[in-house]
Design a protein around this ligand. Structure first.
Ligand code: URA
Length: 442
């Protein structure tokens, strides 16, 4: 295989054979192809795309780079949920324990921050001691014992995605359908699921801001699932503003804990419950959305969902005391509120500005080697369309230094605009996509 010739062919709009893709990916996972060549190929794919067969070959090669979880012996449905990436999106932190507490096995392999979006693994690692790097055997044992494990890609499980994910993050090659679809579905197929729910983000803060592309992404992932006997349901949800109020790793864990205690912001609850209902219906544990909602409300009100979260934290070496006392989570030394300089209607809360803002404060990566400060970020209680009075708090910055506080305030000032016109954002949950149809829910 002469790698530059393959890069050249893709760069010039040509097609790669499935066997060429397989050879490339396996060689890259085994460190036999350098990052600079793979980065050039990713950029060529970014511009020229992959057809369905190439995309499937990429996903299968990523899967083949490691082993799969062996969970078929479990007497439970095995359901996971994955998001295409958002800002303030902590639904996985809530859904994994909530759905596992209702008798469904949830083997959840997640990612780190990608582009301007946050990652479930970085959030979980803000819990003191929490280990996301689990072996295959540990994961299988934990899922059999407590019904859930929350883990990263490793040298054993989809190592090719682990390397490609980090490389894409550092080379601006994230936002393209075949790379997103193959990355997500390689992780999910490796979990040996009986069903998968996808949260495909919509709007300016998503990787693909056009509805047409979001639907194509959903359909591409549903197709990859169907080829590997994994039924997939996708919900399209709003990412034209951050989800919930907290943006930043430890702040988001605290907000997720709040939801598991029966509190939390309404938009976060609505999206979480819509995804959870699809998980329970796919698992055939609930027969309707209403029934599923009742079960989830009960699991939260009875404390069962929180107990499950504590079990997961303990099983993975973390300090479960954070659920009773979230102030034990890492806390930024400095914080400051931004107040509205005038009364009016919030016109926008720009999720990209906020997402990149978290990275600028140290809460995400600028390159592959960066470490993440879990304590920093923003809490933004206002939403587009909401009325604010002069002096009302628009947001709070959490930062490592007074200099970063200034930076954070300037980011909030840029991200939040106030005007006079009535504004309505995207519907929180707008479409439901299955192999058979696209339902408009709005
Ligand atoms: N989540 C993933 O796992 N991969 C992507 O490419 C985007 C979101």
């Amino acid at each position: 295989m002469i790698v530059p010739r393959l890069i050249e062919r893709k760069r010039d709009g040509g097609r790669l054979e499935p066997r060429e893709i397989r050879e490339l990916v396996l060689a890259y996972a085994a460190d036999r192809i350098p990052d600079y060549q793979m980065a050039a190929l990713l950029m060529a794919i970014y511009f020229e795309g992959l057809d369905r067969e190439e995309m499937n070959a990429l996903m299968e090669a990523m899967l083949e780079s490691g082993d799969r979880l062996d969970l078929a012996r479990l007497p439970l449905p095995r359901i996971d949920k994955h998001s295409t990436g958002g800002v303030g999106d902590k639904t996985s932190l809530i859904l994994a324990p909530l759905i596992a507490s209702l008798g469904v096995a949830v083997p959840m392999m997640s990612g780190r921050g990608l582009g301007h979006t946050g990652g479930t693994l970085d959030k979980l690692e803000s819990i003191p001691g929490f280990r996301t790097h689990l072996s295959l055997a540990e994961t299988e044992k934990q899922v059999a014992r407590i019904g859930c494990a929350m883990l990263s890609q490793t040298d054993e499980i989809v190592p090719a995605d682990r390397k490609l994910y980090a490389l894409r993050d550092a080379t601006a090659t994230v936002e393209v359908i075949p790379l997103i679809a193959a990355s997500i579905m390689s992780k999910k197929i490796s979990e040996s699921l009986t069903g998968l729910v996808l949260d495909v983000k919509r709007g300016s803060g998503s990787f693909l801001p056009k509805l047409d592309d979001e639907l194509k992404l959903a359909q591409a992932m549903i197709d990859l699932g169907a080829r590997h006997e994994c039924p997939v349901v996708a919900l399209l949800t709003a990412m034209d503003r951050p989800l919930g109020e907290a943006c930043g790793n430890a702040l988001e864990v605290a907000e997720a804990i709040d939801v598991l205690k029966g509190g939390g912001p309404p938009d976060l609850i609505e999206v979480t419950m819509a995804l959870g209902a699809e998980m329970l219906i796919l698992a055939t544990v609930a027969a309707s959305r209403e029934g599923a909602r009742e079960m989830m409300d009960d699991a939260i009100a009875s404390g069962r969902a929180m107990i499950k979260f504590e079990e997961i934290i303990l099983a993975q070496g973390g300090d479960a005391g954070v659920t009773g006392d979230p102030s034990q989570l890492p806390r930024a030394k400095h914080s400051r509120e931004l107040q509205a300089k005038r009364a009016g209607v919030v016109q926008r809360v720009d999720p990209r500005e906020i997402g990149y803002g978290v990275i600028a404060l140290g809460g995400g990566r600028r390159n592959m080697e960066d470490t993440v400060d879990p304590s920093v970020g923003f809490v933004i209680p206002v939403k587009p369309g909401g009325r604010v009075e002069k002096g009302q708090t628009l947001g709070v910055v959490y930062a490592r230094s007074e200099k970063d506080i200034e930076l954070g305030i300037s980011i909030l000032e840029k991200a939040i605009t106030i005007g006079e016109s009535a504004v309505s954002g995207l519907p929180l949950v707008s479409h439901r996509v299955t192999a058979r149809e696209v339902e408009d829910l709005a």
